[in-house]
Structures are given as structure tokens and as C-alpha cells.
Design a protein around this ligand. Sequence first.
Ligand code: SF4
Length: 661
Amino acid sequence: MGRLAGNRVQLVQVCNVFGDGIYLPLAAGMLRAHAVSQPDLAAHYTFPPIVCERFDLADTARYVVEPAIVGLSTYVWSWQYSLALARRLRALYPAVVIVLGGPQVPDDARALVASGACDVAVHGEGEQTFVELLRALRDGAPLDRVPGVTAKDGAGPPLRAPARPRLDDLDALASPFLGGDFDAVLAGRYRAIGLWETNRGCPFSCTFCYWGSAVGEKVRVFGWERLMAELAWFEAHRFDYVLCADANFGIKRRDLDLARAVAQAKRRSGFPRKFRIFSTKNTSERVMDVVDVLTAEGLDQGLSLTMQSLSESALTAIGRRNIKLATYVELAEKARARGMSSYSDLIVGLPGETYDSFLDGLDTLMSLGQHDNVHVYVCTLLVGSEMSEPAYRERHGIVTARSPIIERHMRADALPAGGIQEYEDVVVATATMPLEQWIETNVATVLVNLLHYQKVAPALALYLHAAHGVRYRRWYEWVKAHADAGTRAPLLGDAARYARAFYRSIAAGSTERLVLPEFGDVVWPVEEAVFLRLCRDFEALAAELRALALALADEDGLPLHRRLLEELSTFELARLPSPGGPRHATLELEHDWLAWLEAALAGRPARLERRRVRFSVVDQHGDTRTLSDYARQVAWYARSAADIPYRLLRVETAPRLEAAP
Ligand code: SF4
């Protein structure tokens, strides 16, 4: 490598903007902090503030000034932009040395380097490698001898240096929080969203995952004192939201103490207001205690009972073993007893999964009492994951669509004009789930999500199940079938068509950006867009659902009482937030549906008692007078906190009359 064009080392990690917030560029911060902490490098180089916003590339010279070296930290959501920025930098500053790192760097990066996209590609953990690269560049030493890189030095082809072993002592790395590496982000125009790492590594090996290439690895931890100082930093800078990036929070005994420390910080100062974790796959009592501590301070959004799939063949194909269903039930019951909400994750499109097995899995979760929340994701191929290897793809008939990445809740205009789109490879068909079934599985999931988990009509499904033995799957497929037939259920039909068009757009590689201008400047996930498109028609939607329930009763010979059904529907509608606030301030019923629903949700025998009850309807969502406030408060915030329905407060209860039929 020739002489460096100066001494400025610029780190870049572009992050998406969510609402008015932007995540801290943690990877770039770690690189910068470690480099700056080396006295010889600090004396030789200067390190301008990290660039983390996507800017218009025409303005590159304003954001990246006369760099000698640029380090770009990349992932799937910043890869295309980073490559384009590298090209632009090369044109502006021909002598610049470009270093690409992050999980998106392929294992074999020789073609990438040979193409001129970068001078050096860094594999795996980058801090030590980057520091050694800076020294090699300063000293004019060969780059392709630095462990952990692929580099081209001189006229020959790019060479891959030996791999770098993982760093055992994470405290050998300086803290970017404490070293001021994020000061410029804090002073920027967006609210900073906290990102925190208390350990690295994951002992599991799910085939779809590439957790910083650290899957199947022992978990290494940052020291306690350092973490407490970083927590104080989040507190002092009044962070609203801190996302803990650990892959398995709760896996270490000390994680409970960490949760307690975060809760204490919030009690002391009010910050951070929210602390979100990814709890460990094999949920244990300790995880429940962690969530308990966080929930008590309003910090987290409930207990994660992660599954990804309930199909044995899918679990085998992805190399994963879930907790036993009996354990799931036990943990879910304990969570309910502690007043904790819980949620489960499922992925559509895993190899080995079918339309039937997926809907059966959802049905099982509901039957086991999962009525709080189920998050459903599509399956994507991550660079470096086992699932992305050609032999694995071939074995499982994996078909992908290269689809634009649309981050949920990002600002509608988050890309600059003429901006650069990022892409991901979405699995849209497998040997066991052909494309049409993939689409229909997703459509069914959206309808379930709308009605059950966005709380449009969960009590109806629970009632049909508890009082008449109707499987959840039966009810929701009945709804879907009528939505598709387009006769009895035009609103649901419209919802199904909208969802289907969205998934077809993914399969065609042109994922639609779901922006509903009247609901604000936000890109909505499809299930929330469906909810919002219907929110002014909830009464008509309730009428459709009543008609479908009666039709199902006819078909299956169920003794469903029309008046009870109507009252149940009135009850659900009274709890369902509408734009502008509750439809009525009070609600009078002939049956105590609230007591019934609470018992059903708690998994207790639910008996519907006939007694006159009066409730006041309490709106906990704040100001929802405009449609965009409603969308933000209800479809976005309340949904993610699994707290959509209005609260009903019992103001009067008459003596019991008789049991309901
Ligand atoms: S999905 Fe989670 S548990 Fe599985 S390998 Fe990745 S980080 Fe580990």
C-alpha cells in the first residue's frame, strides 16, 4: 500500500431513522473507542466524529472531509449504501484506504476486494483487527498479514490472512459511551436510541442466524463496573429507550442483577424509560425474574417465549430445540399469575414448515393460552448463516426474492431523494411450502393478527373456543375463507386482498412501502396498516364477524345465541380504541363479559354470569384526536406494549340473575 493521504480516520455506520430517533452506531463506536485508546494511534491519527446518518451522496465531501482511511461498518440494512459511499469516496479521494467490516462482509471476500469496492475486508470481531490495520497502514507494513482480513497489497490477488481468535477479555476494549465517541450523535438532530452490549456470543446454532458470526460460541461478558458506568451514562443522558443487543439476556446468572440495576436507575432518575431485551431461547425461572423486575418498573414489554416454529420437521431443519410445550404452559401460567404479558415469535418460510403446520402451530399457541402477542416474521437469508449456503438451500428447495428492506415505523421519507435502497433475500418458497402457500400462510397470519393480537375481536374467538369447542384455527380459517369469497365479509375481504397484494409484492421483489398519508409520515407493517385502514369501520367489521360466527354455528350445528353474540360484540367494540377516543363513556351489559374474559385469558374455567353490570370506559392512550396521533398511540405504541384495549372499570354490579346459556 502506498503512502496515506493524511491522518484522518473516518468511521461510518449508517443507521435508519425511526420516527425522530436514530440508533447509536455501536459497532463504529467500539472501533473508534478502541483505536483512540491506543496512545500511539491517538498521537498519529485524528478521528473525526462517527457519521451515522444516511446523507445524499452528492454531499459526501461535506460529511467525510479529506479522509486518509474510512472504516465502514455494514449490515444487511446498510450494505448497498456503504458500497455506493465507498465508490463515491474513491472518486473524490483517490488515495483513500477503504476498510469494510461488519456481518455483511462475506466469508470469502476476495472477489469483493478484487472488485475495488474496498481495500480491506474485515472478518468477525473488528476492534483488534482495525487497530492493527491502522498500525500497518501507518508503518507501511503489508496489510494481508493482519489476522482477520482479506486485503490486496501490491499487484497480486487479494489474500485472506489467518482468522483472528475471538477476544476473551472484552474489557480490553474501551467503552465508546464513556469515551465520548457518541457525543456528536447526542448533539445531532435526532433523538439517540440506546444500544447496549453486556456480553457477546451465543451457544446455540440456529441455521437461519448469523449473530455477528458468534453462534455456537461461548458467551463472553463485559465487566460489571464498566457496565454500571455505562448505565449511569444512559441515565445521565436521559435515554428514553435502550435496546440490549445481547442474544440471550438471562443466560448469565448476573443478568438478574443487571435488570435490577436498570430498574434502580429508572426509579432513581426516570431513565432509561424503556429497556428492551432479547431473552434467552430456553426461557427459565431466571428470565421470568428478569422480566418481573423490568415489568415492575414499566421497562420491558413482557416475557418472550420464543418458538420460531412448533413444527418438529422445521425445528430439525433449522437445528433448534425449543422448550417443551409443558414447560411453555408452566411459564406462561406463571407469567399470567405474576400479571406479566408474554409473547412468542414465529417465522413463516422455515424449511420443513407447511401451511398446515404453521397454522397448527398458531392454534397450539392460542390453545396454550397465548393471547397477548405473537410476532410473526418472514424468513430471510443472512450472509454467513448456514441457511444461506448453496447446499442447504438446495436440500430444502429454498427460493428467495431479493426484496427491498422496509423497516417498520421508519419515516416515510427516510431515504434521501434518489436514495439507495437496501435489499434482503426473503424466503418465499421451500420444498414444503410452495409460493402460493407461503402467501396464503402470511395472509392468514395477518387476519389472525388483526383480530386476535391487535385485539379487534379476541373475545369472540375465545368464546367460540371455550363455550362451543371451536378450534382457533377453524374460526380464523372460516373468516379467511369468507374474506376470500368476498360475499359475507367485504371489509375482511379487502383486508385479505391488501395483505395478499403486499406479500405478492415481496415475492416479486418489489416490497410495497405501506404509507397511509392520513395516518402520518410512517411506514407501517402490513398488519398495522390493515388495522388502521379498518379503524373507522370497526362497527361494520363487528357486524361482519357476527354474521360469520352465526354462519359457522349453522354449518357446525353449534347452539350459538344471537343475543349473547350481539352483547359480546358490543363488549368487544367498547374496548376497541377508535380515533378520537371511546365511543361511549359507559357500557351496560346483561352479562359480566369482563369477568368471563379475564377468567378465559387467565386459563381459569370461564363461566358467564347473567347479571347487570355497568362499566366506565377508560382511555389510557392519551390524545388520539388526529388520525396520526391515533395511529402512533394505538397501532404502534400500545400494540408493541400489548396494551390496546380500553380499560373497563366496573362501577355497578347487580346481583346474579342466572347462569347464561
Ligand atoms: S437465533 Fe438466537 S439462539 Fe439461535 S443462534 Fe441466533 S442468537 Fe443464538
